[in-house]
Design a protein around this ligand. Structure first.
Ligand code: FES
Ligand code: FES
Length: 148
């Protein structure tokens, strides 16, 4: 039995040690805002924040979570930076199909928490999540807007 801190609450998961955090969030805890894309840490659809840092949860086993604070898209607007990111996302009308967008918002929030005034290069370096709808220009614009 594992006890992990998700969005400020202690949650229990009776799963194998190697179970990826993504599946604990989605299947055990029923928090389906974090998406499954590739399963091999390539696409970023599964991005959450671990102690404020963006992390691809599909390749992060529950046994490595320990006492870290997990933040998911469900609670992102409780974070001051996350709220600004969501507002900028809505204003810039970033999403198309939307599938990748929770991961994009998590990555953007982690970037702005670490680097409140990112350069275009900082944004390019940090926003590596894939978007099959090609919303990259809108994503970059929304990150700049959230930082403004
Ligand atoms: S599902 Fe985790 S990076 Fe693609
Ligand atoms: S909005 Fe469709 S995959 Fe990104």
């Amino acid at each position: 039995m594992y006890e992990i801190n998700v969005n400020g609450e202690t949650r229990k998961a009776d799963v194998d040690p190697g179970t990826p955090l993504l599946w604990v969030l989605r299947d055990t805890l029923g928090m389906t805002g974090t998406k499954y894309g590739c399963g091999i840490a390539q696409c970023g659809a599964c991005t959450v924040m671990v102690d404020g840092t963006a992390l691809r949860s599909c390749q992060f086993p529950i046994e490595r979570v320990g006492g870290a604070r997990i933040t998911t898209i469900e609670a992102i607007e409780q974070d001051e930076v996350g709220r600004k990111v969501v507002e900028a996302w809505v204003e810039a009308q970033v999403p198309q199909c939307g599938y990748c967008q929770s991961g994009q918002v998590m990555a953007a929030t982690a970037l702005l928490k670490e680097t409140p005034k990112p350069t275009d290069q900082d944004i390019a370096d940090a926003m590596t999540n894939l978007c099959r709808c090609g919303t990259y220009n809108h994503i970059a614009a929304a990150v700049r807007q959230a930082a403004a």
